[in-house]
Design a protein around this ligand. Structure first.
Ligand code: DWN
Ligand code: ZN
Length: 414
């Protein structure tokens, strides 16, 4: 059973002790721990969800760390089952090939490779690839489909083994990984050890600037230890002999950044994009505790608006269902205390989530086909990061008169 292994009293990046708590979402069941019917009567572990800001290096971070093995050795989220990610990762691999043709000829290692979707894109372009991911259930299928993947948490020891067996990597990628690890220093040390001196380390993280700007409080859950802006990332990497030389904004997960780094001495010139984003962070107030204090009030307002709306609709005998059993949706539902009394069911394209129930709130999850069987009056888009795409995809439902509710950045019917 999962447990809190550590209450983090000092900053993960700089060790500063005077951290400032700005977000408290109460206790929450683990966001990707979908329940079987037979689990519903069993006690469900719940853990505090509190986020702190470090005024020294400006990192936002989780206070209560849950055992990573419990979170990631069996994992429900599959990159390949979130169809908008297909285009994203195909383009990602093409961009890397275009920008770094020489590095892409060497080994490409993906840390947290999940089902190997990105690696498959590299492989299709002719790359020599290797994945590392702790989720044993997912790694099994990745290997079966020809994406060589090691079923472990990446760290310095794993990097050394890879170095022996495969040689230096020209490209190392890690997408939605650095926020998830309790061993940031170990991952970065492993990257530094394995990366060719001319190699490139490319990673994507959800961007704190967007999270704050767009009220994305539901992106807070135990999987995410760090909420990154570029400022603490620069410090983190430079501590281990890596230097960021380029950064771009990408629109995944409600707004992310893709960061490019090389080993020092850096073979790549540092682009102006880095300075621009760092300056933007200052002017957005990401280095001021007042910004975080203000953000801490957001969840209460969203909860009030959403619960009022759903309760009103329910009183009018409207049926409401959820769209996308996203991890973030489970923070939203749990914090807002929205259960099967308000939401009849949720549809999701991921087979391993279908037939199960949402953690903490126990709403049944079905395949999207279910929408044809039981057409609702309202659909709450829990995967709001894909709201535009979902609205385009579901025109037939719209034509039938179904209305869609988007909860973030603010509750609205679209
Ligand atoms: O960092 C993380 C990100 C990358 O992925 C993880 N910690 C966990 C996960 O977060 P998430 O579950 O909030 O990610 P998504 O991609 O926003 O989840 C969307 C969910 O909705 C998936 O389960 C797939 C589903 N979906 C669907 O059923 N129909 C998505 C789309 C676009 C659809 O049309
Ligand atoms: Zn710090």
């Amino acid at each position: 059973m999962a447990k809190v292994i550590e209450k983090k009293k000092s900053c993960i990046v700089c060790g500063h002790k005077n951290l400032f708590k700005y977000l408290d979402l109460g206790k929450s069941a683990l966001a990707n721990s979908y329940l079987k019917k037979s689990d519903l009567q069993k006690p469900e572990p719940k853990f505090p969800l509190r986020v702190y800001y470090c005024p020294n290096c400006h990192l936002a971070q989780l206070f209560d760390w849950v055992d990573r093995k419990a979170l990631f050795e069996y994992y429900a989220y599959l990159t390949g089952k979130s169809w908008p990610m297909h285009e994203h990762f195909r383009k990602y691999a093409e961009d890397v090939y275009r920008q770094f043709p020489n590095q892409a000829k060497q080994l490409t290692l993906d840390i947290g490779s999940n089902d190997g979707f990105l690696l498959k894109c590299f492989q299709d372009l002719g790359g020599k690839i290797l994945g590392v991911d702790p989720a044993k259930n997912i790694v099994r299928t990745a290997n079966k489909s020809g994406i060589k993947t090691l079923p472990v948490f990446f760290d310095l020891a794993v990097a050394r083994k890879i170095l022996k067996g495969y040689g230096q990597a020209g490209v190392i990628t890690a997408n939605n990984v650095l926020a998830h690890t309790d061993n940031l220093a170990g991952i970065i040390a492993g990257v530094k050890n394995l990366l060719h001196p001319n190699g490139v380390f490319i990673f994507e993280v959800q961007y704190l600037g967007d999270l704050i700007r767009n009220n994305e409080f539901d992106n807070t859950y135990h999987e995410h230890i760090c909420y990154f802006s570029l400022t603490p990332l620069t410090k983190l990497l430079s501590q281990s002999g890596l230097q960021i030389f380029d950064v771009e904004k990408v629109n995944t997960q409600g707004g992310s950044i893709r960061v490019y780094a090389g080993t020092t001495p850096n073979p790549f010139p540092v682009k102006n994009s880095v300075r621009k984003i760092l300056l933007g962070e200052k002017s957005q107030g990401l280095q001021n505790s007042k910004t975080y204090k203000k953000f801490g009030m957001v969840p209460k307002k969203i909860k009030k608006d959403l619960v009022e709306l759903l309760t009103k609709l329910k009183k009018q005998n409207k049926t409401i269902v959820g769209y996308g059993a996203a991890a973030k949706g489970n923070t939203l539902l749990q914090y807002c205390e929205i259960g099967p009394d308000l939401i009849d069911y949720i549809v999701d394209t991921t087979p391993s989530k279908q037939g199960k129930f949402t953690p903490g709130t126990h709403i049944p999850i079905y395949s999207p086909k279910h929408l044809k069987k039981e057409t609702p009056d309202y659909v709450l888009i829990l995967a709001w990061n894909y709201a535009d795409l979902i609205l385009k995809k579901e025109v037939a439902l719209k034509k039938k008169g179904v209305k869609f509710i988007v909860p973030i950045p603010k509750v609205k019917i679209v």
